[in-house]
Design a protein around this ligand. Structure first.
Ligand SMILES: *[C@@H]1O[C@H](CO)[C@@H](O)[C@H](O)[C@H]1NC(C)=O
Ligand SMILES: *[C@@H]1O[C@H](CO)[C@@H](O)[C@H](O)[C@H]1NC(C)=O
Ligand SMILES: *[C@@H]1O[C@H](CO)[C@@H](O)[C@H](O)[C@H]1NC(C)=O
Ligand SMILES: *[C@@H]1O[C@H](CO)[C@@H](O)[C@H](O)[C@H]1NC(C)=O
Ligand SMILES: *[C@@H]1O[C@H](CO)[C@@H](O)[C@H](O)[C@H]1NC(C)=O
Ligand SMILES: *[C@@H]1O[C@H](CO)[C@@H](O)[C@H](O)[C@H]1NC(C)=O
Ligand SMILES: *[C@@H]1O[C@H](CO)[C@@H](O)[C@H](O)[C@H]1NC(C)=O
Ligand SMILES: *[C@@H]1O[C@H](CO)[C@@H](O)[C@H](O)[C@H]1NC(C)=O
Ligand SMILES: *[C@@H]1O[C@H](CO)[C@@H](O)[C@H](O)[C@H]1NC(C)=O
Ligand SMILES: *[C@@H]1O[C@H](CO)[C@@H](O)[C@H](O)[C@H]1NC(C)=O
Ligand SMILES: *[C@@H]1O[C@H](CO)[C@@H](O)[C@H](O)[C@H]1NC(C)=O
Ligand SMILES: *[C@@H]1O[C@H](CO)[C@@H](O)[C@H](O)[C@H]1NC(C)=O
Length: 834
């Protein structure tokens, strides 16, 4: 450091010399020995026209004067305006190669006020080892690079050059009004500070420090932006060729709330023999750093956060190297579109909800994507933000294109105490504070957790749902994915506008509202599902389907792509209105399933008659299209299939007006009169009521999905909170038991938070139980003939049972372990006559 303080002593002698009419001042220039400094006075270029002017040294007239360390000269000019003719160069060599390397704050020595009033250039020439990094620091004012030929307003400029071996490389010329705060080089650096003659100044405006490590490139130029602004920067030697196979880096420090865009103003590339000329960016938020661009590419814009940019040369063709050069601009401004809007997401009342705003998983390969950030109140911005329950969050966005983000939310509704949740229902709706975000909702997922083997769930949509199939795709803006809470399997996607009245699911499930288009927002008012806790089911799921007359209802087995889960069972309760008949059609002739263990079968049961058909899905041809006059069950139970022979069944139901069999309608037509109709309706109602009474005890039959140890057929009341130990046992649940509590008592109050009490009892025919499955082990004959006199729900255990395939008698050896009382009373029931 001391070396910089060995100043040149130049005294203004104050002597007035008369030379004709002109007055000049004499100056004494003293360069201390060992200062490593020289002072040179020489003619400016171009030399001024007109009468010549001389430096008068010891009465000699010269046009150039070099003062070396240890020398002392006294000079005077022969003209009154020497600044027009002469310039002054003060050069200091700093040698870091041979030990002492005096660095630190760079002083202007001598102060300009003590120098002849000539344009001055202070030159600091630092030589260092290749392994030593040198850093020039420019505290305020920072520097602004100018193109060759450009001038600085105040006449003050810095020319900075580096060195590659013996070759000088021009890094750039800078004015003191810009963003460049540091310039790092290795192997040495030369700074020339040009000051016009009229300016007096006593500081150099920069520091030099040495870093023990090499920067491994020609230079690094750091720009710091305090606010909005721009910087134009150039490759070394611009507009001449960038040195062959070199690397130069620009670093940019950008305030968090601003955005930076790079544009290339002027460039050319050389003829590369090996490697490729390119620019590489490190951009916060980019997952593919470094982002590599060709010089001809469109460069990144709207980058948030600090970034850096490197120019990499190539091995050039020696014959015709061409010229690599680059002039570019960095523009820093406020984010243009999303402005400074803030959004409040109040999760303070939530207990178990989280919301993540994260980058959409778009595939862009190596294509560049600018940073896209979510900022929390505190202005900490990140690409992936998760907001948790229990507090209120204020967020804003720093993102050029908000469609690159999406929101995923998850809320858990769990039942801890069955007695408590039993009567509860919850509305599943996406909260408004998510819909108001400028970012698209992707998934809103409700995890519905119930105590194992104690409770199940019924999901009731405000409007009937359609199952997504290839044959009838869900083309709505959103769908519900109903699946297991662990994601191990799913029941499929369901969207509005179908025939599914409700879905009963056995176990912990998740319902995910997934959006597909942004028009979701327009349809959002129609979204609503209600979920209620019901007694435990034995089947994986039961779908209640009420087709309308206008369209086919396509239905398919759960977990379509991967195959229905092993040893699970699903039922569809398909309503057939009185005046209609239903056609059930299977898509394929055979199911194609191959069982490793257990058996896969299907039961179709008319609910009124209890007529049951049983098909082995392994062996039998699936039923031909068949007509059903009454509501019926379809039950499909899976075995443990061979992995490549999974069970997937697709079927559809169509309704057509019933052709015969409708004396009521005929009579109505004949009678014609309104009165008669009214009477008829009355009769029907009475009949219906009577039937209801007879049917008092409609039951929903439910059995264990893992059916290998089935199953007595006795109805059994569902014992609340019963122990699990008989969970393998077939249970029959009274319909009133299942839903009665929901009908009778409103669900005011809830174990989480009362939300909406919208449970709507299903009004259609729902009295019968799904068919009970045959034992899996049994290789009994399959197709079943029905007996219209069969008892509903729980067929008799008697040997006289007319089915050729009967459910195992509880005294079968294999069923010894059952503890179900055999003689539990059963409601006798006759099918109501039409
Ligand atoms: C001194 O610098 C000014 C610009 O700052 C320039 O116009 C002038 O020609 C220079 N003088 C000489 C002698 O080079
Ligand atoms: C330059 O050095 C001086 C003295 O060492 C120090 O006070 C100043 O903060 C330094 N400036 C920078 C930008 O490092
Ligand atoms: C600083 O730069 C800006 C734009 O680059 C210019 O408008 C302004 O006049 C400059 N100020 C000085 C003192 O050079
Ligand atoms: C440099 O000049 C400023 C005023 O321009 C003055 O305050 C300061 O003391 C001077 N510093 C030195 C080291 O001469
Ligand atoms: C800078 O140079 C000095 C003198 O050569 C040396 O003592 C010091 O360790 C160097 N600093 C670094 C960071 O290399
Ligand atoms: C690019 O630089 C070249 C050489 O300096 C110049 O001739 C040309 O006009 C520049 N082009 C633009 C668009 O500035
Ligand atoms: C550029 O930025 C990346 C990431 O911040 C950093 O790892 C790398 O060292 C930087 N390179 C230079 C030369 O600044
Ligand atoms: C948002 O920007 C407007 C003007 O662009 C400004 O008036 C307002 O104060 C800003 N709001 C915040 C919260 O920064
Ligand atoms: C965002 O963060 C969440 C939680 O840490 C993580 O699950 C998710 O994968 C992240 N998303 C991306 C795109 O990195
Ligand atoms: C910003 O908004 C303007 C008009 O409002 C639009 O033309 C432009 O495409 C938007 N830019 C981005 C990146 O969204
Ligand atoms: C459902 O989730 C609850 C709570 O996490 C857990 O206790 C229960 O065992 C789960 N049920 C099943 C069948 O895994
Ligand atoms: C969506 O599907 C329904 C029938 O499934 C059809 O009527 C409607 O035109 C479809 N809409 C679009 C946009 O494809």
């Amino acid at each position: 450091m001391a070396g910089f303080h060995h100043g040149v002593h130049i005294a203004l002698l104050g002597a007035l010399l008369l030379a004709g009419a002109l007055r000049t001042e004499a100056s004494e220039i003293v360069v201390p020995p060992g200062s490593g400094m020289t002072v040179l006075i020489k003619q400016g270029t171009p030399t001024a026209a007109g009468r010549p002017c001389y430096i008068i040294v010891a009465r000699r007239q010269v046009t150039m004067l070099l003062v070396k360390p240890g020398e002392k000269v006294s000079i005077v000019f022969s003209c009154p305006d020497p600044e027009r003719y002469f310039v002054l160069e003060i050069q200091k060599n700093i040698d870091c190669m041979s030990g002492l390397c005096p660095l630190g704050e760079v002083r202007l020595q001598p102060p300009t006020s003590e120098l002849p009033r000539l344009n001055r250039t202070f030159i600091w020439d630092v030589k260092a080892h290749k392994s030593v990094g040198l850093e020039l620091q420019f505290p305020l004012p920072r520097l602004r690079q100018i193109a060759p030929g450009e001038k600085c307003q105040d006449g003050t400029s810095y020319s900075i050059s580096g060195r590659i071996d013996a070759t000088v490389v021009q890094i750039g010329t800078f004015c003191s009004n810009g963003t460049v705060s540091r310039i790092k080089t290795q192997e040495g650096v030369k700074v020339a500070l040009h000051l016009p003659w009229f300016l007096s100044r006593n500081t150099s405006g920069f520091n030099i420090t040495n870093r023990s490590s090499s920067i491994k490139r020609l230079c690094i130029i750091e720009s710091v932006f305090e606010g909005e602004g721009s910087a134009t920067l150039m490759s070394a030697n611009y507009p001449e060729a960038f040195p062959e196979d070199e690397l130069m880096t620009w670093q940019f420090v950008i305030p968090a709330h601003l955005r930076a865009s790079v544009s290339f103003l002027n460039f050319s590339v050389s003829n590369c023999e090996r490697k490729e000329e390119r620019v590489e960016y490190y951009i916060p938020g980019s997952t593919t750093n470094p982002e590599v661009f060709k010089l001809g590419d469109k460069q990144p814009g709207n980058m948030a956060g600090n970034f850096n940019l490197s120019l990499q040369g190539c091995d050039q063709d020696a014959q015709s190297p061409g010229i690599l050069r680059l002039q570019f601009q960095v523009l820093v401004q406020h984010p243009q579109n999303e402005s400074n809007k803030t959004y409040v997401i109040d999760l303070s009342q939530e207990r178990s909800m989280s919301l993540t705003i994260e980058p959409r998983h778009l595939k862009h390969g190596r294509k560049f994507v600018p940073g896209c950030f979510v900022c929390l109140e505190s202005r900490t911005c990140s690409t992936n933000v998760t907001l948790t329950a229990g507090s209120k969050h204020t967020i804003s966005f720093l993102c050029d294109d908000l469609t690159r983000l999406w929101v995923n939310a998850e809320k858990t509704i769990s039942c801890l105490d069955p007695r408590y949740c039993y009567k509860r229902s919850y509305s599943l709706r996406v909260p408004g504070y998510i819909l108001q975000l400028p970012v698209e909702l992707r998934d809103f997922s409700w995890k519905l957790l119930v105590p194992k083997d104690q409770l199940s769930l019924v999901i009731v949509p405000a409007q009937k749902l359609q199952q997504h199939t290839q044959e009838r795709v869900c083309n709505t803006s959103y769908s519900y994915l109903v699946g297991s809470s662990t994601g191990s399997h799913d029941f499929g996607y369901f969207c509005l506008g179908g025939s599914i009245e409700r879905i009963l699911v056995k176990e912990n499930s998740s319902v995910t509202l997934r959006t597909f288009t942004s028009s979701f927002l327009q349809d959002v008012s129609r979204q609503s599902l209600t979920v209620s806790f019901i007694p435990n089911l034995k089947e994986e799921g039961i779908f209640t389907v009420t087709p309308d007359t206008t369209s086919k209802v396509y239905l398919r087995t759960p977990n379509w792509d991967r195959g229905m889960p092993a040893l699970s069972s699903v039922s569809w309760n398909i309503s057939v209105p009185r005046e209609q008949e239903a056609y059930l059609t299977f898509y394929r002739e055979r199911s194609g399933v191959v069982c490793q263990s257990g058996r896969a079968y299907m039961i179709i049961q008319e609910q009124q008659s209890q007529a049951e058909e049983i098909f082995s899905l392994e062996d039998d041809i699936l039923p031909k299209p068949r007509c059903y006059h009454h509501s019926f069950w379809v039950n499909i139970s899976n075995c443990s299939p061979a992995s490549s022979k999974q069970l997937n069944l697709l079927f559809w139901v169509t309704l057509t007006p019933r052709t015969l069999d409708l004396p009521v309608i005929i009579i109505a037509v004949v009678g014609g009169g309104v009165v008669l109709l009214t009477v008829l309706l009355l009769i029907i109602c009475l009949l219906k009521k009577k039937k209801k009474q007879l049917n008092k005890g409609p039951v929903v039959g439910i059995y264990n999905g893992h059916i290998n140890t089935q199953m007595p057929r006795q109805p059994r009341k569902f014992p609340k909170g019963r122990a699990d130990n008989d969970s393998h046992v077939y249970a029959v649940i009274d319909d009133c038991m299942v839903y009665g509590h929901l009908l009778q008592e409103g669900s005011n109050g809830s174990f989480l938070r009362p939300e909406v009490d919208t449970y709507r009892p299903f009004q259609g025919p729902m009295g019968d139980c799904p068919p009970s499955p045959p034992p899996i082990g049994s290789r009994a004959p399959t197709t079943k003939l029905s007996n219209d006199e069969a008892l509903p729900c729980a067929p008799p255990e008697s040997e006289s049972e007319p089915y050729t395939f009967s459910h195992p008698h509880p005294h079968d050896g294999s069923q010894r372990d059952t503890d179900i009382p055999l003689l539990e009373t059963q409601q006798p029931e006759k099918p109501a006559a039409e």
